[in-house]
Design a protein around this ligand. Structure first.
Ligand SMILES: [Zn+2]
Ligand SMILES: [Zn+2]
Length: 352
C-alpha cells in the first residue's frame, strides 16, 4: 500500500510504501477510493491546536507519532475481512465512520463513541484515508451509501454529520411556524444549508458575511438572509422572524458570532455551538433565566447520525455540495488551499 504521510509537522507530505496490512479478528480492510480533505487536517498537519492566549495542545502530547497518515473522511471498497468480521461483503463499497471509541466502555456501549475517553479515530489517532488502504476495527463502521455519490458519502462522515448532528439538536425546538438561523454558510455550515430543508420543519434564515453564500442559501430554500457584519444584524433577524428564532447554529464559533446567535434567539430558544474559530466572551448570567435559553456544544456526530443522513441522501432529499476531485499526490496543495482559505468551493476529495 501507499500512504501520503506527514513526515515532519507542517512540511510537505510524502508518499511512503508499506506492506498492505492484513485484517485480524473483527477488522476489515478497505481500499480507499475517496478521502475528503477536512479543515481539521490542516491543524493536525501543523502538529498543534491553538487554545488561545498562546496556549497550544500538540498532537505529540495526544500520542500521535510521525510518520502519520491523516484522512478521516473515507469511502471505498472492502477488500479483505478478518476471520471474525461479519456484516460486510468483499467487493462492496461503503462509507467509513471514523469517530471510533474503545468499544468497551459505558458510552461506547450506548453508541456514543464520540464521548469515549480512549478514542481510536481513523486519520486523527490511527492511520486514515490519505493511505490507499485502511484497517477498520469492526464492520459496523462500514455504512452502505447506496445511490449517493461516493465522494459525497465520504464527506458525510465528518462535515456532513457535523452539520446533521447540530441540526438534530435544534430539531425539537423548531416547529413548522418557527424560524431557525444558520450562522456561517461555508464548509460545514454549507452542508447544513443543504440538509436543513429536508430535515427541519421550520423556516430557514442564513447569516453570512459573503453575499455569494447568502445568494446560494436563498437558492437552497432560505426564506431570508442576513449579512452578520451589518451593525443591525440582530434586529434584521428579529424582523425576519417576528421576534427571534427558536433555534440557531453557530458554524463559525467566534465571540462575535456567538453574541449574534444569542441575541437572535427568542425566549426558550437554543443556540448550538459548532465552529472552532476560538476566543472567549462573557454572557450575562440573567440571560439564561430571562430568556430561558439553552446553549449547547456539538462535535461531529454518531454512527446513527451517519446512517440517518445517508438515508436522507439516498431518498434524494439533500442537494449535493460541490466537490472537487484531486489525486492524493495533491494532498499538500489541498491542505495549503484550505489554510489560505477562499480557494476551495465545497470540498476536496482525493482519490488514490
Ligand atoms: Zn473533519
Ligand atoms: Zn469507549
Amino acid at each position: 500500500m501507499r500512504a501520503m504521510q506527514i513526515i515532519e509537522w507542517g512540511k510537505p507530505l510524502e508518499f511512503r510504501d508499506y506492506p498492505t496490512p492484513e485484517p485480524k479478528g473483527e477488522e476489515v480492510l478497505v481500499r480507499v477510493e475517496s478521502a475528503g480533505v477536512c479543515h481539521s487536517d490542516v491543524h493536525i498537519w501543523d502538529g498543534y491546536f491553538d487554545m488561545g492566549d498562546g496556549k497550544k495542545i500538540t498532537l505529540e502530547q495526544r500520542g500521535v507519532k510521525l510518520p502519520f497518515t491523516m484522512g478521516h473522511e473515507i469511502a471505498g471498497e472492502v477488500v479483505a475481512l478478518g476471520p471474525d468480521a461479519k456484516g460486510v461483503e468483499v467487493g462492496k463499497r461503503y462509507a467509513v465512520y471514523p469517530w471510533i471509541g474503545c468499544g468497551q466502555c459505558a458510552v461506547c456501549k450506548k453508541g456514543e463513541e464520540l464521548l469515549c475517553m480512549t478514542p481510536r479515530t481513523l486519520g486523527t489517532r490511527t492511520s486514515g484515508g490519505y493511505g490507499s488502504h485502511v484497517i477498520v476495527p469492526n464492520a459496523r463502521y462500514c455504512v452502505d451509501y447506496g445511490n449517493v455519490s461516493q465522494a459525497l458519502a465520504a464527506t458525510y462522515t465528518c462535515s456532513g454529520i457535523t452539520a446533521f448532528s447540530a441540526l438534530k439538536k435544534i430539531r425539537p425546538n423548531v416547529g413548522v411556524d418557527d424560524h431557525f438561523l444558520i450562522i456561517g454558510a461555508g464548509g460545514v455550515g454549507g452542508q447544513a444549508v443543504h440538509i436543513a430543508p429536508a430535515y427541519l420543519k421550520g423556516k430557514m434564515l442564513v447569516a453570512d458575511i459573503d453575499a455569494q453564500k447568502r445568494a446560494h442559501a436563498r437558492q437552497m430554500g432560505a426564506v431570508g438572509t442576513i449579512d452578520n457584519a451589518a451593525a443591525d444584524a440582530a434586529q434584521q433577524v428579529m424582523q425576519a422572524s417576528g421576534g427571534g428564532v427558536a433555534g440557531a447554529i453557530d458554524f463559525v464559533g467566534s465571540p462575535k458570532t456567538m453574541e449574534f446567535g444569542i441575541s437572535a434567539l427568542r425566549k426558550g430558544g437554543k443556540l448550538v455551538m459548532v465552529g472552532l474559530y476560538g476566543g472567549a466572551m462573557p454572557v450575562p448570567t440573567v440571560m439564561f433565566p430571562f430568556k430561558m435559553m439553552t446553549i449547547e456544544g456539538s462535535y461531529v456526530g454518531t454512527l446513527q447520525d451517519l446512517k440517518e443522513l445517508l438515508d436522507l441522501g439516498k431518498a434524494g432529499k439533500v442537494p449535493p455540495i460541490p466537490i472537487e476531485t484531486r489525486g492524493a499526490d495533491r494532498a499538500t496543495e489541498s491542505l495549503a488551499d484550505l489554510k489560505t482559505g477562499g480557494k476551495v468551493r465545497g470540498r476536496v476529495v482525493m482519490t488514490h
